[in-house]
Design a protein around this ligand. Structure first.
Ligand code: NDP
Length: 346
């Protein structure tokens, strides 16, 4: 049974990666930052070949040394997903850039030191490592796996929160590629998703703890889109189950080594989300009167509606072909997301 280390197992995307790994018969060691989160995962999978280790602070020097020293022998693969994705920090460097970049450096260093059998590390990067905020509305540009966000580390320290996040993803991914230039015994594949939506598989005590990319669905089910549809932000998206599948295929497929994967189902906007959720007539939402009577009549904030002539183009043909994933349509993802969130206490 091949053995996989999955960092950040308590996260939205990681919980789906963990599900797939266990279903496919992998043995998994996952890391979280508290005993409470460890217990939640152990409780979900009482009989699985799974162990959970605590790495309290991924930004700390040598953060992954202990876990790799104890579990590195016999480890075949690593999935590195842990990294901050939120805009609630006070200090960009210590709360966003350091955990993202130092966390990547320390997991790679610990693998090289303690896990000689590792063949591949899959890193959760982001479309944020490919494009700047400015280019989201640049119809003259087409973005693919070949592109890198040109923002600098300094921009990450001084820019808007979205810039800091983008810079954290760019430099974390760069750290991974730089590490393998020295030819350790393993290679790397990176996954670069844009906005990830989908049902929740990780433990959530309440909707207030929702992950950043699904938070718009919480607002929607709470009736906040009845009078105004908010800015969509990024106009490309992907289902979390496809992203998780991409992580596992990028680990398993020999030809995925050394590649970046831009996993996207294509364009969307918030009005389309509202339209498909309204059309599904989910009984709980109808009962709560959470939806507008006419989606097209609802005012859209600037950026709520997708306009092809104002937005960047993209080309992810390489990823679709190499990974062989049929991207889940928005109709399914949006409705599955809403139904999943309705199970969680407000
Ligand atoms: P989550 O917030 O649900 O997951 C983030 C994970 O990283 C959690 O396990 C979290 O632990 C852990 N983490 C964050 N900061 C730290 C820290 N300082 N120390 C230790 N652990 C930390 O978000 P996602 O699942 O969406 O994000 C997972 C990855 O996917 C990230 O790398 C993110 O950048 C990337 N990504 C996400 C996209 C999206 O739209 N969701 C799009 C593109 C990329 P804890 O549970 O304790 O908070």
């Amino acid at each position: 049974m091949p053995k996989v280390l999955l960092t950040g197992g308590s996260g939205f995307i990681a919980a789906h990666v963990l599900d797939i790994l266990l279903k496919r018969g992998y043995e998994v060691i996952t890391t979280v930052r508290s005993e409470t989160k460890a217990t939640q995962i152990r409780t979900k999978y009482p009989n699985a070949p799974l162990s959970v280790a605590i790495v309290p602070d991924i930004a700390a020097p040598n953060a992954f040394d202990d876990v790799l020293a104890q579990n590195g022998s016999g480890l075949d693969y690593v999935q590195h997903t842990a990294s901050p994705f939120h805009y609630k920090w006070k200090d960009a460097r210590t709360e966003v850039l350091d955990p993202a970049i130092n966390g990547t450096n320390s997991v790679f260093a610990a693998i090289a030191k303690h896990a000689p059998a590792v063949k591949r590390v899959v890193v959760t990067s982001s479309f944020a490592a490919i494009i700047t905020e400015g280019d989201l509305v640049n119809p003259a540009r087409t973005f693919s796996e070949a592109d890198w966000n040109p923002s600098t580390y300094e921009d990450g320290l001084t820019g808007a929160p979205a810039t800091t996040y983008r810079v954290s993803k760019k430099y974390a991914e760069k750290a991974a590629w730089d590490f393998v230039k020295n030819k350790p015994g393993f290679d790397v594949a990176t996954i670069c998703p844009p906005m990830v939506f989908g049902p929740v598989a990780h433990h959530l005590d309440s909707l207030s703890g929702i992950n950043t990319s699904n938070s718009r669905f919480v607002d929607l089910i709470q009736g906040k889109w009845k009078t105004e549809i908010p800015n969509s932000g990024v106009f490309v998206w992907v289902d979390v189950r496809d992203v998780a599948e991409a992580h596992v295929r990028a680990m398993e497929l020999p030809e995925a080594g050394g590649k970046r994967f831009f996993t996207t189902a294509g364009y969307y906007d918030n009005r389309s989300i509202l339209r498909v959720v309204s059309a599904a007539k989910v009984p709980e939402l109808v009962e709560k009167d959470a939806l507008p009577t006419d989606v097209d009549a609802v005012k859209g904030a600037p950026g709520a509606d997708f306009a092809q002539e104002k937005v960047h183009k993209f080309d992810n043909a390489f990823t679709t072909k190499t990974l062989g994933i049929s991207w889940t349509p928005l109709e399914k993802t949006a409705v599955d997301t809403v139904k999943s969130l309705l199970q969680i206490p407000a």
